[in-house]
Each structure stands twice: as C-alpha cells, then as structure tokens.
Design a protein around this ligand. Sequence first.
Ligand code: GDP
Length: 333
Amino acid sequence: MKKALITGLTGQDGSYLAELLLGKGYQVFGLVRRSSGSNLDRIGHLGDRIQVISGDLLDQTSLMDAIAISQPDEVYNLASQSYIPTSWTQPSLTAEYTALGVSRLLEAIRRCHPDARFYQASSSEVFGQPDVSPQNERTAFRPRNPYGAAKAYAHWMTTNYRQQYNLYACCGITYTHESPRRGAEFVFRKITRTAAMIKLGLASELRLGNLDAQRDWCYAKDAVKAMWLMLQQEQPDDYIIASGETHSVKELVQCAFNYVGLNWQDYVVIDPSFYRPDEPIQLVGNIAKTKAKLRWTPDYSFEQLVELMLESDLQQLSQEAIQPKVQLVSQLN
Ligand code: GDP
C-alpha cells in the first residue's frame, strides 16, 4: 500500500486529493495545524480513513516528525496562506508559510526520507504581470504581490533541491481552481453563492470589483488528478495545471445569472473596494506539455463548473435555511 502525506489537508485541494488517493488505495496522512476551532469541515466525511498528524509549516521539528511517522512515498505540499489581499496585510506571515515553510519541508524530506516524491503547489501568481500570454513552464517569473513572491521562492527552492540533492521534486504551476469547497471570498464562489442567494430571496445585490479581470479557471477535482500524475512519471519535472482558456469576471457573472434565470445587470453593483492594485489582466496557462507528457486535460468545462457550483450552492443554502431552527430547539433543551 502506498503512503502519502498531504499538507493543507483541510483546504479545498487537500480534501479532493485525499479522496483521490484513498480511491487509489493509498494510506493517507494529513498534516494539520492545531487550532482552537474545528477546521475539519472539508474532510469530516472521510472520517477515520485519514491519519491526522499535528504539525505546522512554521515548525521544523514537527515536519521532521511527520515525515518520520508517515514514511511517505509521496508528499504533497498544498498548505499556504493563499489569499492575496491578506498577503499584503500580513506579508511576513505569508512568507513564513508560503516560502520558508517549503524550505523546512524539503529539508525534512532530505534529512529523514529522501526517497519520498515531493509535489509543490506552485501558482500562476509567480508570473505577476507576464509579458506573454499564454504562459508556459519557461515564462519569466515577475511576481507582483507578497503571495506570488513567496510562491516564486518556494518554486525555486523545490527545483534547487531536485538539482542539488537529486530529490524527486516537482512543481505544479496551478491557475485558479474552484469547487463547492472554495472559500466565498474568492470571486468564483462569491458569484455563484450570491447568485444562488438572490435566487432564493436571501440577498438583493452582488458587489464586485473589476469585471474585466480575466482568469483561467478549472475544477479543483481535475487539478488534483494532474498533481498525482506528476508524481507517477519516470523523471521529476514542472508542469502548468490550467484549463488553457480565459474567461472574464463579467462572463462568469452572465453565465451564473443565466443559470438561475435572472438578469445580472439588475443585481451587480460595482464596488471599488474590491479592485486590486496592479493586477495581471490576462493569466492563462499553456498546457501543451502537461497534455503531452501527463496525458491530462480537464474533464469539466467552464460552463459545467459554473453549473455544478450553482447546484451545490442552491442546495447548501436551502439546507442552511432549515438548520438554524433545529439548532435553536436543541439550544433551548
Ligand atoms: P485569485 O486572485 O486568482 O486568487 O482569485 P480571486 O477569485 O480572489 O480573484 C479573481 C479575479 O476576480 C481578480 O482579478 C479580481 O480582481 C477579480 N474580482 C472582481 N471582483 C471581485 C470580488 O468582488 N472579489 C474577488 N475576490 N475578486 C474580484
């Protein structure tokens, strides 16, 4: 039985990857930070099929312990501080988790279990304001925010450990990827969730920033398949993980409101507080190498992704509308 250790297990990608690996018969370990509240919502349904190890990317010893306990064949580093606006308000903490955390993890693998294969979640944010579109694995890095700068450091550390120490270490440069498990602060989920709320009479408007911003969105379930494939090759390498298509925020809004049978112009309000300083206007991945070498393409189109997110948001909101009453009754008891 193969063993895998996932950092960021409780996040969107960690939870989908855990499901994928369990389905393939892996023994799955997850590194989870101690916190006062429960943050296991996304993996609760997996119950005791995952072995949780307490540890933190800020703490070298806990990473060495996690590697020693799990003796993994594969390590997937999906943990980071990944919300860009927060990377401006907490730049040092972002660097500690997103950049230095990767050095610590690579060092733990090198010292304790150098045969483990390593996947680093790199990000299209390393390209910043790219001068070519689409971008590929050789496009210059010009990060334009603290998160992108930290991811660029982590990317180069991973490739350096591959060259210097012969580790099987790979970077997947992922573009934005979404799912019903995505936080509602990210624009895709914000739009589908708010459109669903408006449809159900729970909200009256959707406040957004730049409607012309374009992104390359794919489904998180598709993205984690590419991550796994990267660690099954003969040689370690870096790959773009993306849909290869761009869509604007406006197209996303139109598609979501069409799906619920509403006219978006009646509900969308432009709010300058959601504009970002100096953001890339067109990030889109060239997935030629990923297609050719990994034989991977996304299974879900942009429209299918909008549909599945809306269906899930509509269902979740309908359930939430019933649940508060149940909680109130049990509180009274
Ligand atoms: P990320 O920037 O790729 O991590 O993902 P987001 O989902 O946060 O943002 C995607 C794009 O949507 C960015 O170009 C934003 O400028 C744009 N955008 C427009 N309105 C909003 C909004 O209300 N919230 C967020 N998060 N992004 C918005």
